[in-house]
Design a protein around this ligand. Structure first.
Ligand code: SAM
Length: 491
């Protein structure tokens, strides 16, 4: 099932007419009364790293920096080409969030005393800050932050593209009016409720156990595959409907042709067999929990992969481009890669970039390959890590040599991921050329394990201009707070 009927070129977006509701927010209008629109001046995105995929290219992109400033550059490349946008902005909680990787990894790296690591609200001052959800101006400030971004993001969407805006009860009502204005009320498709479980703590009101997602489409035709995300039948319905099973093992019910309901047995000419569906069509509410604890990265407000898998499967095709511009730990990018989509992800927090990079490096073939780019003021800080990378010869002349990461236990534990490679795919690239990885190891945040040896003699993947990193000359290590250090590979 794919695009539904209608005009594929409708773009939405409108100024509310007479008699319609209109939302206002600080800065909506310029001094002359005209509507303020975001700058489209393109700021340079510096390519800093490439993790080539199997074909040697890097079809996916992780961008460090404020999404509002990065968007014009992304629009220059991707306007009208993004099939699905998922946005999970800070909800305006007023909190500061810290990265809290599981204890197996961090007790020494972040100065956490054993025993207090999982207590609610317990965080060491050395735990890296993820982001401060402190948009000034309350709800008005939040909408003022979101409005110009949505204006630009609308133009990223392909004519059949979809947007999911993930919020909660604090901001969804105002954001609905904002989206109606930017995308057009006729582009609104659903208000979804993601229902989750967890401890009920509220005593004077109802415990908040759902988030709200607004679903808009760019036009009147859009990709939607409900059959990929069917709701399982209730067990009682399945049992009641599964009294008959055909020779291939598929359950069916027998129905009278004249509409007289269910029959007990086949009555040739009067009845027919109706297969029992695998599930019911998806509703506008659903549950999705963290499938595995090992999915957790320690990044605050991380969303379950099951939630993103549902949206990506329903609203995009394999090979489509999925974008998440408040990417956090990179859940949407990871899910998109797993489901065979291309992806584009951005975040202003260095620790979000570090978490997403680490997670993506843990995927087979680096999730298809990706580039890391950054705005000028979001280039990674220099990490002060006392580690070194040495070349270790193979055990015999035919065995490949290895590169080994050494350092004190404390410094090694601070390494989130490391890679060997070279600059720009050559052994003597300029010092500001991107680091092109030939091998990488990413820490498993749940077990705390990090491989400290990488094969160093394998031919690297081909790069587009034909150069090949055969003998990596350089290593790069990243910390959980997003700092990086380059190290020569010594013999
Ligand atoms: C709720 S979290 C996203 C969590 C994510 N969905 C996940 O599964 O990990 C919101 C993210 O928005 C990022 N953010 C906030 N303001 C931003 C901005 N102006 N530009 C880019 N990212 C921003 C924060 O750093 C944070 O990582």
């Amino acid at each position: 099932m794919s695009p539904t009927g209608g005009d594929p070129h409708a773009t939405g977006g409108s100024t509310p007419g007479r008699g319609e509701l209109e939302l206002t927010w600080p800065g909506k209008h310029a001094a002359d009364g005209s509507r303020s629109l975001p700058s489209r001046d393109v700021e340079r995105l510096h390519l800093i790293e490439r993790f080539p995929g199997p074909a040697g290219d890097a079809p996916n992109r992780l961008v460090a920096g404020d999404n509002l400033r990065a968007l014009p550059a992304l629009l220059a490349e991707f306007a009208g080409r993004v099939d699905l946008v998922y946005l999970d902005p800070p909800f305006g909680t007023g909190d500061a969030f810290h990265v809290r990787p599981p204890r197996a990894w961090t007790s020494a790296a972040h100065g956490r005393a054993d025993g207090d690591g999982d207590a609610p609200g317990a965080h060491s001052r050395r735990e890296p800050i993820a982001y401060a959800d402190r948009e000034p101006g309350g709800l008005g400030g939040f909408i003022a932050m979101l409005a110009p971004r949505l204006e630009l993001i609308r133009d990223l969407l392909s004519p059949t593209g979809s947007l999911y805006l993930h919020l909660d009860g604090r901001s969804v009502h105002a954001a609905k009016l904002l989206c109606d204005e930017i995308f057009g009320t006729s582009s609104f498709r659903n208000h979804l409720a993601w229902i989750y479980s967890g401890r009920e703590l509220a005593r004077r009101r109802y415990s908040a156990k759902h988030d709200d997602l607004l679903f808009y489409t760019r036009g009147r035709r859009w990709t939607f595959h409900p059959e990929r995300i069917l709701e399982p039948l209730r067990e009682s319905s399945r049992r009641a409907l599964s009294r008959h099973v055909d020779d291939d093992g598929h359950p069916y019910v027998i129905r009278y042709r004249d509409g007289g309901g269910f029959a007990v047995r086949d009555e040739p000419g009067r009845t027919y067999r109706q297969p029992v569906p695998a599930g019911t069509l998806p509703r506008d509410w659903f549950t999705a929990d963290y499938a595995r604890k090992s999915e957790r990265t320690g990044y605050p407000t991380q969303k379950p992969e099951a939630l993103l898998a549902r949206l990506v499967a329903a609203s995009s095709e394999p090979g489509d481009l999925v974008a998440d511009l408040f990417a956090g730990s990179g859940t949407a990018a990871v899910v998109a890669a797993r489901l065979g989509r291309r992806w584009l992800a951005a975040d202003a927090s260095p620790s979000a970039i570090a978490t997403a990079r680490r997670r993506l490096l843990g995927l087979p073939e680096w999730g298809g390959g990706f580039d890391v780019a950054a705005l000028g003021d979001a280039l990674p800080a220099a990490a002060t890590l006392d580690v070194a990378v040495r070349r270790v010869p193979g055990s015999d002349p035919s065995a490949p040599g290895r590169a080994r990461l050494d350092g004190s236990p404390g410094d090694l534990r601070a390494v989130a991921a490391w890679a060997i490679g070279s600059r720009d795919g050559s052994s003597a690239g300029p010092s500001d050329a991107p680091f092109v990885a030939a091998g990488a190891a990413a820490r498993d945040p749940w077990t705390g394990e990090l491989a400290t040896e990488l094969v160093a003699d394998l031919p690297g993947p081909p790069v587009p201009d034909g150069r090949v990193a055969v003998h990596p000359s350089l290593a790069r290590a990243w910390t959980v707070d997003g700092a990086a250090v380059d190290l020569p590979i010594t013999s």
